[in-house]
Structure formats: C-alpha cells, structure tokens
Design a protein around this ligand. Sequence first.
Ligand code: ADP
Ligand code: MG
Length: 591
Amino acid sequence: MNANAAHAESDAATYKRLLGLLRPYKVVVSVTLVAMVVDSLCMTLFAKEIKPLIDKLFVVRDPHVIFWMPIIIISIFFVRSIAVYIESYGSAYVGRGVVQDMRRRIFDKYLHMPAAFFDRESSGQQISRITYTSEQVAQATTDSARTAIVDGLLVIGLVGLMLWTNWKLSLALLVMVPMIGLLVTYVSRRYRRINVTIQDVVGRVTGVVEEVVGAHREVKVFGGQDYESKRFDDVTDRTRKLNIKVAATNGLSTAFVQLAAAIALALIVFFATRPFMLNDKLTAGSFARLFMCMGGILPSLKRLTTVQANIQRGLAAAHELFTLLDAPVEHDDGKQVVERCHGDIEFRDVHLTYVGASAQALRGISLDCPRGSITALVGRSGSGKSSLVSLIPRFYEPTSGEVLLDGRPLGNYSLRSLRAQVAWVGQDVVLFDETIAKNIAYGALGGASEADIVAAAEAANAMEFIRELPDGIHSRVGEGGSLLSGGQRQRIAVARALLKNAPILVLDEATSALDTESERLIQDALARLMQNRTTLVIAHRLSTVEHADQIVVLDQGHLVERGTHAELLARGGKYAALYHLQFRDPATVAA
Ligand code: ADP
Ligand code: MG
C-alpha cells in the first residue's frame, strides 16, 4: 500500500469515528438534515416561480397568478425561514455537543496520562487541544457539513431546474462552471496559505507579549526595551500586511464571482438571441429564471470550494485527538487495596531510563527504608534523587528491578490505594487558585472539617501568617499561589501533608527555596510531620539531614555511600567531602 492510500484509509477511519461522535445526537441530526433539504428545496422552488412571476404577471396579466403569487412567495420564505432556524439551531446544538464531548474526554484523559507524557509535550500544545483543536473538529462535523449539504443540494436543484427550463441554453452556460470553479479554487488556496501564515504570526505576537510581560524585570534591568519594541513592531507590521493581503484576496474573489455572473448574463443574452434558440420560444420568464439560477449557483460554488479544505483540517484535528484518546494511560492493574500500609519500602536493583533519554537516571539502586525510619538522599543535582523518590507513587516505572511496599511489588496495589499511602512536599509548591482551606484539604481530603484544617495549619506553623490575611483560611491564594511567598506556600504544602497523615512521606528539597528564618519555621513543622512515618527526604543543605537514620549518597544514578552522619563523616568519602565543602564555603551554607 502506498502512502497516499494509507492516508486515505486512515482518513476514512477517522471520518467514520467522527460520525460516531454524532450518534448521541441522532434525532437532532436527522431533523437538521430534513431542514437542510427543505431549505435548498425552497430556494429552488423560488427560482422556479420567477418564470410565472414575469410571464404571467407582467407579460400577460393573469388574475389568478396576481392573486396567488404574493401568497406563494410568502409561503416559500416562511417555510424556508423555519428550516433555516432549525438548521442553525441543530448545527449549533450538535457542534457544541461534539466540542464538549471532545473536551471532556481529553481532559479526563489528561487526568490519567503517565508523567512521561507531560514531560514530552509543551503545556501550550496540551492546552490548545482543548481550546482550539476541539473547535476544528466541530467545524468539520457541523459547519462544513452544513455547507456541503445545503449548497450541494442547491446547486443540484438549480442546475436541474435550468436544464428543465432550457437545456440547450443551460448547457452553453454550464461550460462556465468548471472555469469559475478553477478560479475560485485558486483564490481559496491563496487565501488558505495566507491564513496559515497569519495564525503563525499571531502566535508570535502573543509570544513576544507573553515574554515581555513575564520577564518585565529582566527587560528593565538589562535595558531590553528598545530591542523588544523593535521586535514587536516587526511582528505587528507583518500581521498588518498579511491582513491586508487577506482583504485583497477576499475582494478579488468577490470580484471574480460578480464578473462571472456578468459574463453569464451576457452569454444568456447572446445565446438567447441566436437563430437556433428562437424556435425554443425563450420567454422573458425563462430568461429571468435562468439568470436567477446562475446567480444562486455561483456563491454556492464559491462556498463549496472551501468545504474540502475545512473538512480536511477538521479531519487532521480529529486524528490528533483520537491518537491522544487511544494513547495508553497509567498502568493500573493492581488489585491489592490497603487501608493503611505498614510502611516498609525496599528498592531492589532499580534501574531507570527515561523515555527518549540516552543515559540511565538510576543504575542498580538497592535500598531498604524500614517503617518509621528517615532516609536522607544527598548528591549533586542530576544524580537521581528525585527520580528515585518518584518511583514510590509510581510516577515512573523502573526499567528493571522492583520497588516493594510491605514486601509486595508496587504494581500489585491499585494506584489509588498506593498513592493514598504517600504524602509529598516538593520543591516548587504549586497551589490551586482556590482558598487556603481548599488547598490544604485538596482532593481526597475534601471532607476534612475546618477544625482539622486549622490544626494542620497550626502544626505547619502556617496559622501565624494565615491569621493576618483578610479572610483567614478562606483567603484565596491566586494563580499558582502567587499571592503567597515561597515559604508560605511551602508551609501550606506541609499542612496538606500533615492533614493527609499518610504512612509514607516524601520531601523533595522541600526547604531549598527558603531563607534561614522561614526554614527554621518549616524544619519545626517537618520534624512534627516525620514522626512515625517512613520518610525519604532530599535536602540541599546537609545540616538538615544530620539526624536521619541513614544517609544515602547518589552519584550519576549509582548509590555510592550509605550510613549515618557520623559513620559517613568518619569514612571520609563523598559525603564527608560534600559536608566539608558546605561548611567551609559560606555561600553554600547561606544558599
Ligand atoms: P536530582 O533530583 O538528583 O537533581 P533527577 O532525578 O531529577 O536528579 O535527575 C536525574 C537525571 O535524570 C538527570 O540527568 C536528569 O536530566 C534526568 N531526568 C530527570 N527527570 C527527567 C524526565 N522527566 N525526563 C527525562 N529525563 C529526566
Ligand atoms: Mg531533584
């Protein structure tokens, strides 16, 4: 099978699946289709009535027609307006429904995609699937389909009417149709090409603005104003020029269609007065009807030439979304459900290579973290500390080796049950744009009482600043927690972990972004948090891990040393070197 055939086949499959999305709207779709047929029938009927209108009303004054004609005209347009209303309402109903279905499904998919998926793709791409790509799909299923059906039927109806009225003259006129088709196709190609560039340039305008708004401090400090101003001028100027091009192309295409209509009229006049036509008794009414038909066919043809491109775009969009929907979600076939685990963690010869990475992030780590103990992980940045702890809630799966909880492989537990055992405080605490209370009692903790929330905040040393806020624990924290300082955010995260009261606790550089003062407040809270839990703590400052039950030194994914603070210092290896380095170099200590 060649590439084109394969493509056509996958297009067909995508289209079939797309039609499947319409299944829940069967009734609305059927009614809408009927309305579309009625709409184009009415227009054809109206064109048909033009002949008696002229012949019987103006040429011979037929009293019967004089009485009925206004009623007929009003009836046709009355029926048609009902049809158009149903058609618009139905398309919107189905289109919006399809968009919502798509958005829901993709959002739901995002909630269950593995961490590796989010590493690979930019958040912009992931967001635009929901905001933009879903819209494209709706366009293909409704707007373009509507044009294809209504205009398609109308063209067929009008051409039929022309042939029925006077086939010789019609054939002479219809030779023009392919010519017009070609012209319009050319114009719409050009239009599409410019449009793609516009989308791109508009994206760049947004990009420049985003950068400047986000980095306004850097722009000021490094004197970037002139540079940014020039850059912005350039992109906006390109947008302006492209927009003018679009307007010019639009004008050109309208001009073409009008010119074509004029040529059609001229041709009708020309042929109608030829001797071979005169036998056909071409009346004024037939003449007007033919002209009316031509006038109706041209704009419909113009719209029809863009339909194919729009449907193609919708198919491409649908294909992208279906590919995502078919992608595998997190493995979750463990059946084991535990209320509260014991808390023994064991790593057995764990290797990890990230998808797409060439080097191994973890190389044969074997480590015991018994229930209730504190294990500190130290090592240079990039040595694999975060990678190791991220295996515990199964954000990533080891490439080989095993992680055991209470002697059972992690994969035996259901994800929900496993993750319920783990509390996590990371380096960059991202809060939800919600109240403090909702942030502390997030997700599965949603049912917590206010007293419990306050107690957790108290234990996290967070109440002292929360009390100062206008609405106490019901104050909102802003997007990502931007209304709070780093230390305050971290204390909220600690409160959340305290409230969760899980048997396993992971602290991944939970204090590295803090000044010494806030760190002391948090250390206190953390010490409270670590009691009676199996804790894995990654700390940048070695002073904070001295009291751990065991200290593990990682280097390039290898476990190179293990022991207590005193043992490792006595050994005089890597840990001792790191330790002395920090305490000799005041910059690191303050960092
Ligand atoms: P540490 O926490 O000790 O600073 P990490 O565990 O974050 O180190 O990283 C270990 C190695 O794995 C680094 O080389 C890093 O570049 C790589 N790495 C970390 N996270 C990912 C990821 N999500 N995808 C690919 N590579 C990663
Ligand atoms: Mg890390």
